[in-house]
Design a binder for this molecule. Structure first.
Ligand SMILES: Cc1cc2nc3c(=O)[nH]c(=O)nc-3n(C[C@H](O)[C@H](O)[C@H](O)COP(=O)(O)OP(=O)(O)OC[C@H]3O[C@@H](n4cnc5c(N)ncnc54)[C@H](O)[C@@H]3O)c2cc1C
Length: 515
């Protein structure tokens, strides 16, 4: 976009994966019928077809579309997600299964006690500081309850996320975009891309089967890892992050739910020999997969390891093998084209952040287009800096899981621990934590750059049991007598969970019958 965008542009979205449909829905909903929207997807090039866990921000996405949970969750076999459990990443006694809960208003008193005790423990005091004992969401997940008050109006706000069948979510959004938002849909493969001779802007796409020339004013590249427009056409370099995130492969194998147990309300991400295995509970099956590094294990050995981990449930189930391009482009917005989804970058799915980054990328684009004002180059520069900040912030947090691991069983885990932090910011945070310095002050210094806020950092560092012995404290530690034991904290949470939250399957049944 060398010149200012037209007032009512024609948006052409390339790609019908989750990124394409999420982008189409948000653009059409927020910019309205003054603009035109066309989505092109190829029937010859498939979608990635995984990506079944979200962060709490997905709730805003559906709110923005004016959709209630009952409108979409049953259609996508969706379940509630209270957080993520990470068994096997740390070997510190008492910290073998770290929990990253989603936070609730009701967490305030116990959450503050947890942070205070984590700081005491950093300074050598023998107090309980495992987030699994102090956060409501962790208890709800333990009891397999939906993280959703039975009577929400009578309680403070809760935060939670979802699990869903990614193919069904794509189909749902496709229907919604076509039926409710008036989007035009075209099934064909883009064979060539035309650009303006002087400005370099993209002017049209040539479609393979129909031979059609599809003109547009603004192009959204949702073509997946290939980056058809951003990389192949505009030549934007991709910055690989293999130096900080080793995993570049995944294998997915679905398994049935356990019939005699309630449905779990958390993602489980279990460390295996050369990566980690996810388990995502849906209403009709489990999604499972192994995310690993091809430097350390072959695809066949990884599949065998995943099958061994899943046991008899995986017998006869077919496996899908996937390659992952981990890193990001240097600039997401070039000329009149913005890359969104796997084309712009991907951080391995440990914290299930990809859809969140898609959502933020589209939202920021809409705001930039609506605000306008500045010259196009400034608009693009600001946008690119902001999206890079988000990717880099997520990368810091995800890499920290690997840096903190204490496993000794394979070279993979030792090499992960020996990696250099991907940013000076992360190096400083870890140094501050280990030194027993004022960690809140360190977080405060980097607040503008961080994607995860204070409780998440404390949960990760304390939850993995990162408490260096004899660390000098930055202030006198409070008396041990004031400390709350994990058992005391949990007793209060257990009671709340039983009183105010439904068993997960029952909550989902009620939702489905209200649809
Ligand atoms: C192992 C794994 C696990 C993941 N887990 C999670 C998770 O838990 N949570 C999460 O948020 N995310 C997760 N993700 C990421 C998530 O799957 C993706 O971000 C999401 O599916 C979006 O993909 P996409 O739409 O960008 O690309 P794709 O799904 O690959 O879609 C690409 C589209 O582009 C089209 N296309 C390509 N070339 C052309 C052409 N020449 N002409 C026309 N059309 C074309 C294709 O037809 C297709 O429709 C995971 C990813 C992986 C690899």
């Amino acid at each position: 976009m060398t010149s200012a965008p037209p007032a009512s542009p024609h948006f052409v979205i390339v790609g019908g994966g989750t990124a394409g449909w999420m982008s189409a829905c948000l653009l059409a909903r927020q910019l309205g019928p003054a603009c035109r929207y066309t989505l092109v997807e190829s029937s010859d090039i498939g979608i990635i077809g995984v990506g079944e866990g979200s962060t709490p921000y997905l709730r805003d996405f559906f709110r923005q579309l004016g959709l209630e949970e009952r409108d979409w969750m049953p259609a996508c076999h969706a379940t509630y997600k209270a957080g993520i459990r990470f068994p096997g990443w740390s070997t510190h006694p008492g910290y073998e299964s770290y929990v990253h809960p989603f936070f609730n208003e009701a967490d305030r008193p116990l959450g503050q006690a947890f942070i205070q005790q984590a700081n005491q423990r950093r300074c050598g005091e023998d107090v309980d500081a495992n987030p699994a004992d102090f956060f409501l969401a962790a208890e709800l997940a333990r009891q397999r309850r939906a993280p959703h008050y039975v009577h929400p109006a009578q309680h403070p706000a809760t935060d939670y996320a979802y699990h869903f069948d990614s193919g069904l979510l794509g189909s749902f959004l496709k229907r919604h975009a076509q039926e409710q938002l008036g989007l035009q849909h075209c099934v064909d493969t883009v064979a060539a891309v035309e650009r303006h001779a002087e400005s370099g802007d993209i002017t049209a796409l040539r479609l393979q089967s129909s031979g059609q020339r599809l003109e547009g004013d603004f192009f959204i590249d949702c073509s997946g890892f290939r980056g058809l427009l951003i990389n192949e056409t505009l030549g934007e370099p991709f910055i690989p992050w293999g130096d900080r995130l080793f995993n570049d492969r995944a294998i997915a194998i679905p398994t049935p739910l356990e019939p005699d147990r309630d449905i779990a309300s958390e993602t489980t991400s279990t460390a295996l020999g050369h990566g980690w295995a996810w388990q995502i509970p849906l209403t009709h099956r489990h999604g499972n997969g192994y995310v690993y590094s091809s430097q350390f294990i072959s695809d066949d050995a990884a599949e065998a390891a995943l099958r061994a981990h899943l046991g008899p449930a995986a017998e006869g189930a077919s496996a899908r093998r996937l390659k992952m391009r981990v890193g990001r482009v240097a600039r997401h917005w070039r000329h009149n084209c913005v890359a969104i989804g796997l084309s712009q970058g991907f951080i391995e799915p440990l914290e299930a952040t990809a859809l969140m980054l898609i959502q933020f990328s589209v939202q920021h684009l809409i705001e930039a287009l609506q605000t306008g004002g500045d010259d196009p180059a400034t608009l693009r520069e600001r946008y690119n800096a902001e999206i890079n900040r988000m990717f880099d912030g997520v990368c810091d947090y995800v890499q920290t899981h690997y840096l903190l691991n204490t496993r000794e069983d394979t070279e993979y885990w030792r090499a992960n621990r020996a990696m250099k932090p991907g940013s000076d910011r992360l190096a400083e945070l870890l140094a501050s934590w280990d030194a027993g310095a004022d960690f809140d002050a360190a977080l405060g210094r980097h607040e503008a750059a961080l994607m995860y806020q204070r409780p998440s950092w404390y949960c990760l560092l304390a939850g993995m049991g990162r408490f260096p012995a004899n660390a000098p404290g930055h202030r006198a530690a409070p008396s041990q007598a004031m400390a709350l034991s994990g058992l005391q904290a949990r007793a209060a949470l257990m009671d709340q969970a039983r009183k105010h939250f439904l068993p997960h399957r029952e909550a989902l049944r009620r939702l489905a019958t209200s649809a």
